[in-house]
Design a protein around this ligand. Structure first.
Ligand SMILES: *Cc1c(COP(=O)(O)O)cnc(C)c1O
Length: 226
């Protein structure tokens, strides 16, 4: 037995335009994990690039590298980095790396030193989901260390981010307060992240104050309810 899925790339393009209009002036990072939610990574990435999507959310480094093979100049964000070797491969491919762990930050800096070029880092604050992310009590120490690594030319802290539940407005609001405090701490430590990103499909659509600079929207781009 075999199954076929027909993917209408015109429908994807319509959805991408609708998202762009909805979240502007924030940008849209199209999340393409799980083979672009089962739609086929390569055709989705190609069409998204043709439609002007500048950021792609690739989940793990392996996917990020596969996306890089399709586009030389998009920003590609990978946030599952399992080892120093994966960090090195991500730096080599010019990926933006999500870092939610103090030890991983050291691995990334170490890999960047070997590569001879700075890693593009997005630091993740744990705003309540407790999946990963730097806990608020450790955050000031980690941003201070990141600022030091940045001054040494090993990393560039491009972003601050987190992931929220999007199941309850009250919980999301509490997460957003933690996020705002983390961004303020990062500035106080001397970091100047250009992109803050917090929301996935649901909050990006329903709650403008969650959009910041960049929205990580997957489900709604594919016509899936989140
Ligand atoms: C899957 C995922 C998203 C996208 O979520 P949707 O609800 O599909 O839009 C955003 N951010 C992270 C970290 C994710 O894992």
């Amino acid at each position: 037995m075999s199954a076929r899925v027909e993917v209408d790339l015109e429908a994807l393009a319509d959805n991408l335009r609708a998202i762009r209009d909805r979240v502007a002036p924030a940008a849209h990072m199209l999340v393409v994990k799980d083979d672009a939610y089962g739609h086929g990574l390569v055709p989705v990435v190609r069409r998204a690039r043709a439609e002007g999507v500048g950021w792609l959310g690739a989940f793990d480094v392996e996917t990020g590298i596969a996306v890089r093979a399709e586009t030389a100049d998009a920003r590609i964000f990978s946030w599952l980095i399992a080892s120093r070797a994966e960090a090195a491969a991500g730096i080599e491919a010019g990926l933006d790396l999500g870092v939610g762990d103090a030890e991983l930050l050291e691995d990334v800096a170490d890999a960047a030193a070997t590569a001879g070029r700075p890693a593009q880092v997005h630091l993740k604050i744990d705003t309540g989901l407790h999946r990963n992310g730097i806990r608020p009590e450790r955050w000031p120490q980690v941003v201070a260390r990141a600022a030091e690594l940045e001054r040494r030319g090993l990393i560039s802290v491009v972003g601050i981010w987190s992931h929220i539940g999007e199941a309850s407005d009250a919980d999301d609001d509490a997460s957003r307060a933690v996020f705002d405090a983390a961004v303020a701490d990062a500035h106080a430590a001397g970091l100047r992240p250009r992109v803050r990103h917090l929301s996935a499909s649901a909050a990006s659509f329903a709650r403008p104050e969650f959009r910041y600079d960049l929205t990580r929207v997957g489900a709604f781009a594919y016509g899936i309810r989140s």
